[in-house]
Design a protein around this ligand. Structure first.
Ligand SMILES: [Zn+2]
Length: 93
């Protein structure tokens, strides 16, 4: 058991059940493009042009994105007028 709902070495193109679709697809595209080449360099054009070794930063970012796409969405609290008022009130004390 890896703790991932997918094989981290070979993530599937289609997102696992419950994953955030857009995040997965974007991360997957980057992951698929940034693969190791024969001389330890990344195969992606942008990385080859810069002679970036693999694993490159885009690949690491993609790996995080795939993982984050499978995390439950946390409720983002909205800042209300009451919150703003409260902060002003506290700052004026
Ligand atoms: Zn790369």
């Amino acid at each position: 058991m890896t703790g991932f709902p997918y094989d981290p070495q070979q993530p599937p193109e289609q997102p696992p059940a419950g994953a955030d679709f857009m995040t997965w697809m974007l991360a997957y595209r980057i992951h698929a493009e940034h693969q190791p080449g024969p001389e330890g360099l990344c195969l992606a054009n942008t990385c080859r042009a810069a002679s970036n070794p693999w694993p490159c930063e885009p690949w690491k970012l993609a790996r995080s994105g795939l993982r984050d796409a499978c995390q439950p969405i946390t409720e983002r609290r909205q800042v209300t007028d009451a919150d703003i008022w409260f902060r002003r009130a506290v700052n004026q004390r």
